[in-house]
Design a protein around this ligand. Sequence first.
Ligand SMILES: [Fe+2]
Ligand SMILES: [Fe+2]
Length: 179
Amino acid sequence: MLKAIGSKIDLDDKDLTTYYHLVSDLLENELVLKMKEFTHHGETTCFQHCLNVSYYNYRVCRFFSLNERAGARAGLLHDLFLYDWHTYKPQKGERLHGFTHAKTALKNVKENFYISDLESDIIEKHMFPLNITALPKYRETLVIVLVDKYCGILETVIPRLRKVKTPFVKLAARFKRTA
Ligand SMILES: [Fe+2]
Ligand SMILES: [Fe+2]
């Protein structure tokens, strides 16, 4: 079952979600699935992060009548850099992961998938304003700039809240039993 963080919707329910039909080929792709091997934020894998971004991109683009298909597809591919950035050592003269991975992802995507100019812009510029020269050209790119950060915060904060919450939940259950 595929779920985006903070959502209860079963995303691979073929009968219920339009979202699934927009990205079903990508969800079965070997390279996309390979992102499951790398952790991204906290306990979240790169695949799950891309799924989160893809789904919320889709929702926001749909809400504002933007290109929801491009938002969903580019969202799922936007961090396809395929290495563990925690242990990645930049080559001599190469900048840090945060500055380079959007271009690496775009290169991998272009070598393996057909993408539109809009999808290319979404992937290449999703790290704006960190990459200050990569100015978003489309409104859908502005959407991923915000959604990517929003998901990053959720992925970092929610597992920590769960860890804090668990002892309180156990304590409450114990009081309930003894009451
Ligand atoms: Fe990224
Ligand atoms: Fe990202």
